[in-house]
Design a protein around this ligand. Structure first.
Ligand code: GTP
Length: 178
């Protein structure tokens, strides 16, 4: 085994917020891309990303759930064993932010059935490069993260790479701590 510990991380959010793009930016290898293309036809993708945390090899198994309604019944089956949830919205799309409340509630319900403890969660406002089209102020994202007791809040750009690595590395640390 190449890792000491492995955590399943679920990415959720509306269609088009950039979940797949974030993962691609994070891993970006040919093997992973092929793997993802194959799985994306059924609405589920996952990639593996290895971190070293205090001398331990920590593998994040990051699952990309499709935001589209027609895939939701499939993605629900995959909540089992989830150790962290990453909620993603698009800072240039207010609706995707408003809809996060729906995701927060439904995931919470699903996880109660399949996971022992409520897993850590982080909130990501993606597409921070679209500053001139921004509809969600940073403070609103921070406030939501506070209200929901999230373990982290980040604004990222999958396009430019801003905060993408930092955010998942921090999550690996958070998971190892808890
Ligand atoms: P579903 O698979 O339908 O759930 O969507 P998704 O959340 O995986 O979104 P996806 O990664 O497919 O991105 C949707 C669109 O947004 C694509 O055209 C991306 O190129 C674009 N996009 C993603 N991230 C960014 C970003 O950080 N900045 C900008 N400007 N565009 C982005």
């Amino acid at each position: 085994k190449i890792y000491d510990v492995r955590y399943k991380v679920l990415l959720v959010g509306e269609s088009g917020v950039g979940k797949t793009s974030l993962i691609r930016k994070l891993v970006g290898t040919a093997t992973n891309k092929n793997h993802m293309n194959m799985l994306s036809t059924i609405g589920i993708d996952f990639v593996k990303k290895l971190y070293e945390v205090d001398g331990a090899k920590v593998q994040l198994e990051i699952w990309d759930t499709a935001g589209q309604e027609r895939f939701r019944s499939i993605t629900k089956m995959h909540y089992r064993g989830t150790k962290a949830v990453v909620f993603v919205y698009d800072v240039a799309d207010l609706d995707s932010f408003t809809r996060l409340n729906f995701w927060l509630e439904s995931i919470d319900q699903e996880l109660q059935c399949s996971v022992e403890d409520t897993p850590p969660m982080i909130i990501i406002g993606n597409k921070s490069d679209l500053e001139d089209k921004r509809e969600v102020p940073t403070e609103r994202g921070e406030k939501l993260a506070d209200e929901k007791l999230a373990n982290g809040f980040w604004e990222t750009s999958a396009k430019q790479g801003t905060n993408v690595h930092a955010c998942f590395e921090k999550l690996a640390y958070t998971l190892t701590d808890t």
